[in-house]
Structure formats: C-alpha cells, structure tokens
Design a protein around this ligand. Structure first.
Ligand code: ADP
Length: 535
C-alpha cells in the first residue's frame, strides 16, 4: 500500500506475533493445485481416450484398404500364374513400418507365402482363417502379440478359396498414448508453476502488503499513535475500503483525543483561574484591612511631618534631611497601600468616550523628563483620535505603569525607544476572543527595546507581587492592578517579546462611538482602518 498522506515505513510486526501454520498463499496454492490437478487428470484421460479411438479407427481403415488392394493384386497374380510377382508384392508391402506381416493361406489353411520368415501364423489366426475359408467373409481380430489382423478370402489359381492375412503392430498406438500422457503432464506442470507464481504475486502485493500495513496501523493505534495513517491500496477493492475506513477511524480517534486534551486543558485553566481569584480574594480582604489600618496613621504622620517642615525653618540640616527621608518613605508606603486597595476594592468606573492617543500623549508628557535623562526616545504616532469607552483616571494609571516599566527595563541600556501603536478592529473573531465590545475594539501596543521578559516569567508577570526588581524598586502589583483595570473595562491585556527583542504589551479596549460632531465622525471612520503602523 502506499499511504496517501503518509511516507512512513510501516511498523514492523514481530515474528512472535505472527501465527504459526501454513501461510495463506501456501493454502491457496495447494487448493488450486489439487483442483487443477483433478481437472487436468479427468480432461487428459478423456482427450487421450478420444485420441486413441481416432487413431485406431484410422489405422484399421488404412489396413483394410491395404488388404483389399493386396487381395485384388494377389488374385490377379494367381490367375496369371505369376506367383513370384505375388511374393514380391507381399515383400514390398511388408517394408511399410505400419505392416507387421502378410501371410497367404491355401484352401487347407496352410501358409503358402510369407512376407518374412519370422512371421509365422499365430495360433490365434487359425480359427479366423478357417472361418474365412468356410464362410468367405472377412474376419478382423486383435492378437496377444499387440497385433491387429485382417483375414480376407482369396481366389486361388485352381478356383478354390484361399485366404490372405495382413497384420499391423499396435505398439505405435501405445507409444502415442505415452507421448500424450507426457505432454499432458508437462502442460499440467507449466500450469501449476504459472498458478503458483500468480497466486504468490497476487497474495504478496495484493493481500499481504496491505494486511501488513493494516497490522502496522493497528499496532500504532494501540500504542497511542493516533496520527498514523495507512497507505490506501489502489484498485477500489475491499482492502482499499478497509484501509480508508481504518484511516477515517484513526482520524476520528485523533480528533477525539485532541478534543479530550483540549477539554482537560480548559478545565485546568479554569481551575487555575479559580484558584487565582480565590487567592486574590483573600489577598484583597487582607489588603483592605491593612490599608484601612495603615491609611489613617500614615495620614497623621504625613501631616505632622509637613507641619514640622514648614514651621521649623531653624531646624538643623540633619533633622531636615531626616524629615525629607521620612516624607519619601511615607509616600512609598501610601503608594503601596493605594495599589493594595486598587487590587482589592470594587471599582466605580466613570465611563466616557476617550481619545486613547490623547491619553497616551498626557502620560508621555509626564515621563518625558525621565526618558530624556535615560536617552530614551518616545514614539507616539500622529493619528486621528482613537476612541475607547473607559475611565480616564484608571486608564491613565495603566498607561503610566506600562511606560514606567518600559523605562525601567531600558535603564541599563543607556537609551532605547518606547513605541506606541494604535489599531481598530471590528472583527468578530477578536470580539469573540475578548468578550464584550459591541462596536469592536481599539488596540494599543507599547513596545520597548529593553531586554524583554524571560520566557519562564511570561505567565507570571500579571500575578500579584511577582517582581524581578530589586527590593524597594518594585512591588509586583503594577501589572496585576493594570490587568484588573483593563478587564473591568471589558478589555484584554497580554505581554510578549518582540521579534527584535524588548517587551511588547498589547491592550484591547472596547471601541467607543466618537462624539457626534462632523469632524469627529470623519475621524472615527478613518480610525476604522488600521492606524499607526510601526514607524
Ligand atoms: P513591578 O514593576 O513592581 O515589578 P509589575 O507588576 O509592574 O511590578 O511588573 C512585574 C514584572 O514584570 C517586573 O518585575 C518585570 O520582571 C516584568 N516586566 C514588566 N514590564 C516589563 C518590561 N517592559 N520589560 C521587561 N520586563 C517587564
């Protein structure tokens, strides 16, 4: 078989698995040999019998003709008194290989002329001669010596009735029979050889190869190799259909296995998400408690520090520095507390139609000074407004967090590029993938030229408290809060590494209908096309 979709060698079937006993081809050859042998024996016997009968009839007719001619010639010789001519005639005739002997008898039944001295009249011929002398009728008989004889009446010179016996050997008929048997045996042998070769060829290429292929397929399926396909033999016969059905069955098994795997993976994912949200809920409760307990004292400390800083110009420099440090630390703790609260508390989003590009431009202004210090160039494409449905304050927080992360990632590079890209999609597949968004989605992509995210970290970076930054530099809450904000908006955020290195964050947010002014409408229409390609 040659597998349509497969160029793989069939799996070997070990000899231990092969059943012992006569192979199929040996059985078939034996059966056909017996059948053909029986038919050949019967047919040969019948043909040979016919052939012998025809041969016997032909030779008898020939002998009768010879005897009749001889009778006329001898009667002429007797009438003319030329017995020597009669003897010569007998000698000539007996030279023919098909004539064994010629004997002429007188009216007493005594042999008077012989074709050769050894051809003495046999005992069996005596009664026949007597019968001819008495009745004048021709007699035919076969003797023990494998001879066939004809005795005819003969008018002698004295007017009395004599007889002439012409004998013919029948051994050539037996020889012919032997030859015929040999011929039939040779034909039968040739037929057997042809049948055996034919059966072996058909069995080998028409049956055994396809069956071996199928056995290989069954073994492969048995060992869980559901992508295995057998080669379908040509010819459209039963084995072709069997191989096709096998392949269909294998394809269906493979499909079912993939479905089962997909379902299992889906279940695992659901379970992971459930555990994650359970963990988040616990973290949220603790965070809310801690934030609440810490919030009030921190406010008091900050107020008092501010009052002391303002009211005490005469404070020594060392105390002033200490107060500045305390103030910065209180700010850091307040920031952490706010992030914890963002993670835990329910959001009250103020939805409005926002131009995402304008929001990004505001964030860029904030980080521009830091970027310049680092030698980082910010690329924000000049596009028409990109409308999204969202809360300005929260989305600002997300963009700021992503920008700061990008800048931090490029800190050691001594420069780099922070690039924004926008696009709009009304594609249903995207909508189905993300969830909501009646008007389609707006995409914002932020790529940096930093070291990128280690592959083993990719699936954890949105987990709360996951950070690779040194102590005091990162809380590991920025991305988890950002994801929560984006998802609360009915959007989606993911992270990847760019083809040329660096991290790439992509955010999808529900697209908003632009505020209904003629110019805004035109802008929205244009935004429906892919916008802001990579510069
Ligand atoms: P934090 O910034 O406090 O560590 P985040 O949740 O914002 O917390 O980020 C989590 C982790 O994701 C970071 O510690 C860093 O390992 C990784 N990460 C975030 N942004 C980038 C980026 N632009 N390039 C490389 N890694 C990043």
């Amino acid at each position: 078989m040659a597998k349509h979709t497969r160029e793989r060698a069939p799996l070997p079937v070990s000899s231990e698995q092969e059943p012992r006993g006569w192979s199929l081809s040996a059985r078939l050859i034996l059966l056909l040999t017996l059948l053909v042998g029986a038919v050949m024996a019967l047919g040969g016997w019948y043909i040979q019998r016919q052939r012998v009968a025809i041969l016997e009839t032909a030779t008898r007719n020939e002998l009768r003709a010879h005897a009749a001619t001889l009778q006329i010639a001898l009667e002429g010789a007797y009438r003319d008194g030329r017995l020597d001519a009669g003897q010569r005639l007998i000698n000539r005739l007996s030279e023919t290989p098909k004539i064994y002997s010629v004997i002429v008898f007188d009216e007493h039944g005594q042999a008077t002329m012989l074709s050769n001295p050894t051809a003495l009249p046999s005992l069996r011929s005596a009664p026949a001669v007597q019968q001819v002398l008495t009745t004048g009728e021709t007699v035919e008989f076969a003797s023990d010596m494998e001879l066939f004889s004809i005795v005819m009446p003969l008018r002698l010179s004295n007017g009395r009735r004599g007889a002439v016996e012409v004998s013919q050997p029948t051994s050539f008929i037996a020889a012919d029979r032997g030859r015929a048997r040999r011929d039939i045996a040779m034909i039968a042998l040739a037929l057997f050889a042809a049948i055996a070769a034919g059966v072996m060829l058909v069995m080998r290429y028409g049956l055994l190869h396809p069956l071996r292929e199928l056995l290989g397929g069954v073994a492969a399926l048995g060992s869980g190799e559901f992508d295995y396909r057998v080669i379908v033999p040509r010819g459209g016969h039963e084995l072709t259909r069997l191989a096709q059905s096998f392949n269909q069955m294998a394809a269906s098994l493979a499909w079912q296995r993939n479905e089962a795997r997909r379902a299992a993976a889906h279940e695992l994912e659901l379970e992971r998400k459930l555990r994650q949200s359970e963990r988040l809920a616990v973290v949220g409760r603790i965070s809310a408690g801690v934030a609440h307990e810490l919030g009030a004292p921190l406010n008091v400390i900050k107020g008092r520090v501010g009052m002391v800083q303002v009211s005490g110009p005469a404070l020594p420099e060392k105390q002033r520095r200490n107060l500045t440090i305390i103030n910065a630390q209180v700010d850091a703790i307040t920031h952490l507390v706010r992030q914890l609260l963002d993670l835990a508390r329910p959001f009250h989003l103020q939805h409005e139609a926002l131009d995402l590009r304008e929001l990004a431009a505001g964030v860029c202004e904030l980080v521009e000074a830091d970027a310049r210090k680092q030698g980082v160039q910010i690329e924000l494409p000049l596009t028409d407004p990109v409308w999204v449905e969202g809360d300005r304050k929260f989305l600002h927080q997300v963009l700021l967090n992503l920008c700061l992360n990008g800048l931090q990632a490029m800190e050691r590079n001594g420069g780099g590029v922070l690039r924004f890209t926008f696009a709009v999609s009304t594609d249903h597949a995207t909508a189905a993938h993300i969830g909501r968004g009646m008007n389609g989605y707006t995409m914002l992509r932020l790529a940096d030229t930093g070291p990128g995210i280690a592959p083993e970290h990719l699936e954890h970076i949105f987990d709360p408290f996951f950070t690779t930054k040194e102590v005091g530099k990162g809380t590991g809450l920025g991305l988890s809060v950002s994801r929560r904000i984006v998802e609360e908006h009915g959007g989606h955020i993911d992270a990847a590494n760019g083809r040329q290195g660096g991290a790439v964050f992509t955010i999808w947010l529900p697209r908003a209908v632009a505020p209904q002014s003629p110019s805004a409408q035109a802008g929205e229409n244009e935004a429906a096309a892919i916008m802001g390609a990579d510069n």
